[in-house]
Design a protein around this ligand. Sequence first.
Ligand code: S3P
Length: 174
Amino acid sequence: MTSPRIVLIGPPGSGKSSVGKRLGRTLGIAWRDTDVDVAERAGKSIPDIFFDDGEAAFRAFEKEAVATALAEHDGVLSLGGGAVLDPDTQELLESHAASGAQIVFLDVSLAKAAPRVGLNRARPLLNSNPRQQWKALMEARRPIYERLATATVLTDELNPDHVARAIAELEDHR
Ligand code: S3P
């Protein structure tokens, strides 16, 4: 089975995309982001999908994009923050972990995530009162991120280059 070598999971503002890009470069392997796949497939941006079609339609696109990427990508894969909510996706991630994929939870505190996501209007789930919405998302999802992760990196005091380096070092010791 083709499997990504590393899958990055975590809430908005944890750095999944910026770390994924750098990690791919560091390890000399391809990087892919399922948010990008979803927008390409739908032919419009994620905020437009939420606005025109609703969250359920977005989640259906996302589920398919994640399953496709897990089946065909062998590099670094960054997932959208809510992708892990789907039970079938959880099962897929567990089976990829069992066959050697490293699933890395990029953990981050509200204090560090809020300024990052608050400034970014491209996140429809955090449109009004981003701090409070982020906190609720993270509380609901933390047990899932923790259960699926084969490794966790607390990113609070690290920039994306440092996080990428920390994950690359984990790889060296496997
Ligand atoms: C979402 C996170 C976003 C994007 C969509 C929904 C979520 O990705 O998939 O807006 O449910 O947390 P990021 O985690 O890259 O912001």
